[in-house]
Design a protein around this ligand. Structure first.
Ligand code: HSE
Length: 307
């Protein structure tokens, strides 16, 4: 193989109740990346479009991952990378994760696929660390495995792929204000009350059970976050208005996508998703803040090969 083009999806981490442990992949939005094999060893980033990111391989989430994998596999060739961002860094949609996961997937193809999805997730987590200082797994695992994922354990890393009820749709609004994951993590509580932990872990269980049984009511009742959302929503102008508009229009639930500012709403079916889209759009259009929106299926497969 000399050339590869892939799609690396945007992802929604946390899914309300599952901070750092739940995520899902989006179908409609993501990055495109190309990989070209070179006789000369080493990694080079030759083009980045759609975002202002570093070409320095050691500081770029994608570049650093490819370099690490080629080194570990003792590859006798190099790779040239291009990255075409389909969505912005700082959106809360797993931008660095898409690059890191895409890089891990792509490099693996050139090496003859020696690494499992779990191993690719570990390499991609290294890319997350390069980009934002922490080895978070929820976005990268969702991009690599596709569908919904549960990070059952960080040490040792264990990822469980969860089912995707077919009628689930996601509507998202990205207010154009950047939030750094690092900043959004610094405000989080270090200790929480036991009664809050009980509420939260019961909702995680409820959500997972709802995904397995196609129980949209249970999914809806479980899309609640009483620990992280109350602190982080302060960074997101008009968060409550968006959430209320989504729920009023029939969304199963709504919350912050990853560390924000994107707000996501899960819906049952295209018709409700369309109503939720319009209702959210209406609630935001006079705020004076620019925004982008999309509606999408949940992406069941994760990264896709385009060429
Ligand atoms: N789970 C992480 C967080 C995702 O919420 O900080 C970062 O996008």
């Amino acid at each position: 193989m000399d050339y590869l083009k892939i799609f690396a999806p945007a992802t929604v981490a946390n899914v309300s109740c599952g901070f750092d442990s739940l995520g899902f992949a989006v179908d409609a939005v993501g990055d495109e990346m190309t990989f070209t094999k070179t006789a000369e060893k080493g990694v080079k980033i030759t083009n980045i479009t759609g975002a202002d990111l570093t070409y320095n391989v050691d500081e770029n989430a994608a570049g650093a991952v490819v370099k690490k994998m080629l080194n570990e596999a003792n590859a006798n060739f190099g790779i040239e990378l291009t990255i075409h961002k389909g969505f912005s860094p700082g959106s809360g949609l797993g931008s660095s994760a898409a690059s890191a996961a895409g890089a891990a997937f792509g490099a693996n193809q050139f090496l003859g696929s020696p690494f499992s999805e779990l191993e690719l997730t570990k390499f991609a987590m290294f890319g997350e660390e390069v980009a934002c200082g922490t080895q978070i797994a929820d976005n990268v695992a969702a991009a690599i495995y596709g569908g919904f994922v549960l990070v059952r354990s960080y040490n040792p890393l264990e990822i469980i792929k969860l089912p995707v009820p077919l009628a689930l749709r996601v509507v998202a609004i990205h207010p154009q204000i950047p939030i750094k994951t690092k900043d959004a993590r610094e405000v989080l509580p270090i200790k929480i009350a036991l009664k809050d932990a009980v509420t939260q872990w019961a909702n995680v269980g409820g959500l997972i059970s709802g995904l397995y049984t196609d129980n949209y009511n249970l999914i809806s009742n479980s899309l609640v976050d009483i620990i992280v959302e109350p602190v982080r929503k302060e960074f997101i102008p008009f968060f409550d208005d968006v959430k209320n508009s989504a729920l009023k229009a029939g969304a199963l639930g709504a919350g912050i996508s990853g560390s924000g500012p994107t707000i996501f709403a899960l819906c049952k079916g295209d018709e409700i998703a369309e109503k939720v889209y319009k209702s959210i759009e209406e609630s935001y259009k006079n705020t004076g803040i620019d925004f982008e929106m999309f509606v999408s299926k949940v992406n069941p497969k994760g990264i896709k090969i385009l060429k």
